[in-house]
Design a protein around this ligand. Structure first.
Ligand SMILES: [Zn+2]
Length: 388
């Protein structure tokens, strides 16, 4: 049995309040023991057990690997031209997705897999050790199916998002497309998807259509999650709570009633500030949700249209600078919050029995992730107890 001890950690974020100080379970001068891909001991450096291998963290901070719970990685071609036009004043609309749908349908499986693999690796090297991947640029039964087969090769957190937008061939016949999803697509994609998601917003799907799709997915054994209220205030959050989704994502718009509903539910509120950044939209007033005690996650929303980044440290910096998260709330939301948004208890924290997914930073504190924006502070990434 191979054991590795990580010593000389200036500050360890365990996200386990029983192990250390505050919600982050902070331990100063800490050590970790890894065995069979899992954490087998956590505590003060002076009482660290000896092991066959020793890793010296050189007085730097260690955090759990990021859990990036919202991504659209199965696509072909980027939309750099659209981004440039937007930076020159054009508004973002859900319609741009159609451009990527056309490119994705005509791409080969190999090209789609290569692009998604590249993005997963990019995220991994910036500290993301658990990633969720959605379909949603196929929008035919065959293209959604192959998107999910490709996603499944890269992660267990796969999401069927056939209801991303209404494809052009169903223009004016959205209800027929909803039927296709409920009657045909769900049954086909089910073996390759853990989750079902709907883009419930202006220009995408109505609350009624979203409810129908989520319930059909749930009946087939898929777990629901939801894109809600990115573009306008709507009933997305209320629908998410009603259906019992794991997470309502984006929520760029919400009202007091929505906060009350979230407070009483187990649904996580996932913010995607890189989408506001990339679409030059107003950031939501996340403080109101945080202060209400709602469980909050942060994710990158990597996609070629509205947020083409895999970088969670950047997301943390935005959340702290522009959405008034404290550095502590931001690091927690990007790790433990993301794990809760994916209903996972084995990642997002560093406790005995959790997966040995962690990052040795190049600085002595997690605060530097927001304090030194744009600087690569990822020293070493460990996934399943192995250095990548
Ligand atoms: Zn999304």
């Amino acid at each position: 049995m191979s054991q590795t001890v990580v010593k000389n950690i200036s500050l360890l974020v365990t996200n386990n309040p029983t192990l250390g100080k505050t919600e982050l379970g902070l331990i100063e001068n800490a050590a970790l023991l890894i065995e069979n891909g899992k954490i087998s001991w956590v505590g003060a450096g002076e009482s660290a057990p000896s092991a066959e291998k020793t890793i010296d963290a050189q007085g730097k901070a260690v955090i759990p690997g990021f859990v990036d719970s919202h991504n659209h990685l199965i696509f072909a071609k980027d939309r750099a031209g659209e981004f440039s036009a937007r930076m020159k004043g054009q508004a973002y609309s859900a319609g741009g997705i159609a451009t990527t749908v056309a490119a994705t349908r005509s791409a080969s499986d190999d090209d789609l897999l290569a692009n998604a693999t590249h993005l997963v690796h990019e995220g991994l090297h910036s500290g993301t050790t658990t990633v969720e991947i959605k379909s949603g640029y196929g929008l035919t039964t065959i293209d959604e199916l192959r998107s999910l087969k490709i996603a499944k090769q890269l992660t267990d957190e796969t999401t069927f998002l056939g209801a991303h937008v209404v494809p052009s061939e169903y223009k004016g016949k959205a209800d027929e497309y909803v039927e296709l999803i409920c009657e045909q697509m769900i049954a086909q994609v089910k073996p390759y998807a853990k989750w079902i998601d709907v883009f419930c917003d202006k220009g995408a799907f109505t609350t009624e259509q979203a409810r129908k799709i989520l319930l059909a997915g749930k009946a087939a054994g898929l777990r629901p999650r939801l894109h809600a209220n990115q573009l306008e205030q709507g009933d997305g959050i209320a629908l998410g709570v009603e259906v019992g989704v794991a997470s309502v994502d984006h929520i760029s718009h919400f009202n007091n009633g929505d906060i009350e509903l979230l407070k009483k539910s187990k649904t996580v509120a996932t913010f995607l500030p890189a989408a506001e950044f990339s679409t030059r939209s107003n950031y939501p007033d996340a403080r109101r949700i945080l202060e209400a005690g709602v469980t909050v996650a942060l994710a990158s929303d990597c996609n070629p249209g509205s947020s083409y980044t895999t970088n969670m440290p950047f997301v943390i910096a935005l959340a702290v600078r522009d959405m008034f998260f404290t550095p502590e709330q931001a690091i927690w939301s990007a790790t433990k919050g993301g794990a809760l948004a994916l209903q996972r208890d084995d990642v997002g924290h560093l406790s005995v029995g959790s997966r040995a997914d962690f990052v040795i930073l190049k600085e002595s504190s997690y605060i530097h992730l927001a304090y030194r924006p744009g600087v690569n502070l990822i020293g070493q990434v460990w996934q399943h107890g192995k250095r990548i």
